[in-house]
Design a binder for this molecule. Sequence first.
Ligand SMILES: C[S@@+](CC[C@H](N)C(=O)[O-])C[C@H]1O[C@@H](n2cnc3c(N)ncnc32)[C@H](O)[C@@H]1O
Length: 211
Amino acid sequence: VASRRSTSEARPRVDDSEAPKRPRHDAIRELVERNPGQATFEEYRLVYDVLVDRAPCRMLVFGAGRDSELWLDANEGGTTVFLENARKWADFARQAIPGIVVHTVRYPTLRVLWPLLRRVESLLLMRDLPESVSSEQWDVILVDAPRGTRWYRPGRMMSVYTASVLARQPGSTDVFVHDCHRKVEGESSDQFLGQERLVGQAGSMRHYRLG
Ligand SMILES: C[S@@+](CC[C@H](N)C(=O)[O-])C[C@H]1O[C@@H](n2cnc3c(N)ncnc32)[C@H](O)[C@@H]1O
């Protein structure tokens, strides 16, 4: 476990304000090697470079896992909060990274119901978020959960919609959505984040800037 880290309480940084912020891409390479089958180097780098540029800032991540530490380290001195629906992965993150803030959430959707759900936005707002998440402004939001690999998985329509609502707070928010090659992730991002706000893409990771 690396020592550079943020928690729910923003920690003071070492005064290195004169030093240029240099992305540590080695950390991404190392992660991709030991965590295959998830985001690629280029996809992680798209998020990482924006995060390092805005750090210390407020980052919200839908989905915990082996990459959680990358975001905590990149956002050193800031606040990084995770939302996770799978107990197994919430426990994994809490055990691997003492002090990490992971809120347990639910996604009562089925991927197959997207054509209906896309017409009823009120059903897509996550109502089980703690107030410390729902009423705060977020600088960077990464949507990489829940799983959407099968018709009976939840799909990411709730997390994408909720990210779009959170990004309506004053201030600009960089929103990243992974797995946009899939129908639900791609279409819900277009519908709720807006094609006109798409400012970048690497692989299936899209970058939207709102506000
Ligand atoms: C695409 S995965 C997110 C990937 C994850 N953030 C990582 O560290 O690689 C979406 C969901 O799958 C679960 N998950 C996390 N890590 C996973 C992994 N290495 N393999 C399979 N599922 C994972 C979690 O429930 C997570 O919210």
